[in-house]
Ligand binder design. Sequence first.
Ligand code: AMP
Ligand code: MG
Length: 480
Amino acid sequence: MERAVFLFQDTILVGDRLHLHDVSATALPSEAILGLRVLQKSHKIFVFTDHPDGANEVAAAVETERLQGQLLNLLAQYGVYAQCLSRPSWFSKIAEEHRIDLPNSIVISSRLSDVERAAEAGVSGIYIAGEREPQPQPAQIPDYLIATDIWDAALSVIERNLSHYGKDILVDVERAAMILKSGGVVAFPTETVYGLGANAFDPIAAARIFEIKGRPRFDPLIVHIAALHQVQNLVTELPEPAQMLMRFFWPGPLTLVLSKSNRVPDIVTAGLPTVAIRMPDHPVALTLIRKLGMPIAAPSANRFGRVSPTTAEHVRQQLGGAVDLILNGGRCPIGVESTIVSVLSDTVTLLRPGGTPLEEIERVVGPIQRRTKASATPLSPGQLPHHYAPQTPLVLKGQDLSERMSRRGLLSFTVPASTEGFVAVEVLSKTGDLCEAAANLFAALHRLDTMHLDVIVAELVPEVGLGLAINDRLRRAARK
Ligand code: AMP
Ligand code: MG
């Protein structure tokens, strides 16, 4: 017996355009593709199609079959394998014919009457509030779920089946989301490796990641999302090839590097003008991000220089008491990091090979650029060739300054004793907190860099904890 997802009706997938008799020209919404891709791992997918109106019965049947074929081909192009059923069919009959486990199956529809009919047959329903039917009033919210689209519906199903990872996992995920909301750091499973996550919009929490990892320098983090619309807040533009890659490979081990919006804190991208984004294909990770309602910035949950963890036990051994919570999602099914490509104004470049094969990426967007030898050499993270360094010359405090450098800016760890001789001053942390200093470092450098200074004088910070990474960055900028 298999579980099934019944999509009532085709219009949920292709709108009214199915009846324009040309499904192939119709763009399927990305949310539907991603949702079905996830759902088909645990459920058989059935799409109910309506009969076209008019015509005689035979002609209608032929036409229906043609449209169904087109729809199924279109889905298959995106790796979604479904079957079509014509209305009206009765659940009991379908269940018998296709050996379906009805009580564990789901109907997704944008018509309340369908959901109610399903409930009568003992099938759970998810109602997608369309434009035509109004949202049900709170008083009449019955025993079905409400979702915004098929992706959202898929996340509801994932959450419902989360107990696969342990009977208390949902409680743990909810606790983890609360911890992240209040600025904490949580280790969580993804399909690649375990991540060490913080709310991506919280720079101080992101700084704590580096502190916990004991990294002697800053690396850009990958921002993990659980809904396509979350990309909008993170980027300034979404080139066509990026949209294609998202449709074909998300959720999954493919990270896209895109031009960053200024909502993304600089510490998350280590000062780069680009941001790395990925939608992980792991029920625990997706549910966590959904509960948080915000993206999660995360590197692998290992201490600096150690191998990436693929079980919760690996994380415990390396980071144990340093993280606020470790979510146990079992062994990571892929076990290697994601493939990273940048998509900047239509040029796709491979930055790191990983869990998504290059050949598959090229099948979707055509041949892509490799890094040239020169740019690939300093591949160790944090030494990316295009890593941000201020344009303005930077010297460390205490070094000699030429007289000609009259417009001077000061980058001070904490409130300086004197600011004499400086036209601009940035204080990294008034209280002398290294975590806050790290969170502010790149943004402060950016600001000083826009002030047409002759020189930035930077004070080194105490060489402990995050101080190592901050000083590494400053020394590097001074050496330039
Ligand atoms: P991971 O090793 O899976 O934690 O992924 C983090 C890696 O993603 C970094 O070490 C970088 O190599 C890469 N990365 C993240 N953001 C960017 C970016 N904006 N540009 C280029 N590479 C990036
Ligand atoms: Mg790593």
